[in-house]
Ligand binder design. Sequence first.
Ligand code: URP
Ligand code: ZN
Ligand code: ZN
Ligand code: ZN
Length: 511
Amino acid sequence: SDSISSEGFCAVNSGSDCGLPSPYTKILIKGGTVVNAHHKEVADVYIEDGVILSVRPNIRVPDENIRVIDATGKYVMPGGIDPHTHLDMEFMGTATIDDFFTGHAAALAGGTTMHIDFVIPINGNLTAGFEAYKHKASKAAMDYGFHMAITKWDEDVSKDMGVMVRDHGINSFKFFMAYKGTLMVNDDLLLEGLKKCKSLGALPMVHAENGDAVVEGQNRMIDLGITGPEGHALSRPPVLEAEATARAIRLAAFINTPLYVVHVMSTDAMEEIAKAKKAGQRVVGEPVVSGLVLDDSWLWHPDFTTASKYVMSPPIRELGHGQALRAALSTGTLQLVGTDHCTFNSTQKAFGLDDFRKIPNGVNGLEERMHVLWDAMVETGKINVMDYVRITSTECARIFNIYPKKGAILEGSDADVIILNPNASFEVSATSHHSRSDTNVYEGRTGKGKVEVTVSRGRVVWENDVLNVMPGSGKYIKMPPFSYLFDGIDKSNAAYLSSLRAPVKRSSAAS
Ligand code: URP
Ligand code: ZN
Ligand code: ZN
Ligand code: ZN
């Protein structure tokens, strides 16, 4: 497409920064069903300068310079928030192909208006990693926040975690229990990290797979002569995910801190979370779209390009796991949905043509999440529209402590709003998607429900299948510590201490 669209903004793929202002800073969305996680009603939404000013039926405003959008028969909802992405990440000898501009373009076209990406420290250094990601994100076209990975442990890391929380708006740290030799941490580091997170009111997150056992599983496959993408699934079965999930949950219980388990891919891991939650432990489980709707049969596809695009970790599981994860999502055992958007094109995936261990791990989903979830969860009657808003937006905003600025259509909330037409349909294809990748794991998928309009920070950025996005317009959202997950933790610490029996006073052995 041409670099400048008809309205005078940068069109996607423009490759230039035009920075032209929006012609409309005032928007009135009329007659739609406004959906929040707790309530829905037919109402109008009035937006000015990037903020929602009013939500009620029959809003009247003087009609000069106001963009009026008719949403009759459609749902007006908070834009999606993706809690788990990897834009412009160096990983497995290459870098993900979507950056903070193309990833944002894709997200906005699919109704997602904010995401939280993972800062990877540089040689373990948090400050260097944060600076690098700030630079990567300078072309952001929508709002974003950061989690931070912890990949080594020393005094500086411990101190810098506090700096990140206090000065830089990071309130979550991720520990990789897999990727031995690069990102993986051992239990010693994990325990230090859990303690530090708890003291800061920051949420510890885990990639839960037993990384030592994964290497053993990979060696077994290579010894058997299994070098193709199917070897990826065979080398790291659900038991390794369940073991690490259970271990992280128990260590979090021992430290008495909340825990967030990213990309829950198996029934086995989900059941560990269910058990802990039943016992009253604060564990959040995040399924990702690929794990909810795909199965591992693709990894056996005879065409390498097709099979390799489904390689991610933990692996997409056998048929049946997805169904169990969808059920857990509908009952609240799992609380919110991410994508783990981590795209590599077919050339990058081909690094592992002769050895599945070299296939860069990751799948797309940032553009597809809202559509695929609507179709899989709402159209099928598994959840209602309010639950949909909760799992795609509100719960993420609450967990990362930015609600109701994000995750709600309320007076004073940021004007990140989508209009979804339940009677229209969507279709996914690499030929029409906005990601820079040449493949799509949802290729050919069609379904009911389409995001027809996306409003980001009070600007219409997606309408009539046309993007109007501006590099640099996205803002960094600082996320404060001590979310609701930490409420009452101090009291349970005190209860623990007062429950300790008195230590024994022994006379010295010599006397
Ligand atoms: O395969 C995956 N998931 N790639 C991204 C890195 C991670 O583990 O989240
Ligand atoms: Zn431009
Ligand atoms: Zn991971
Ligand atoms: Zn990830």
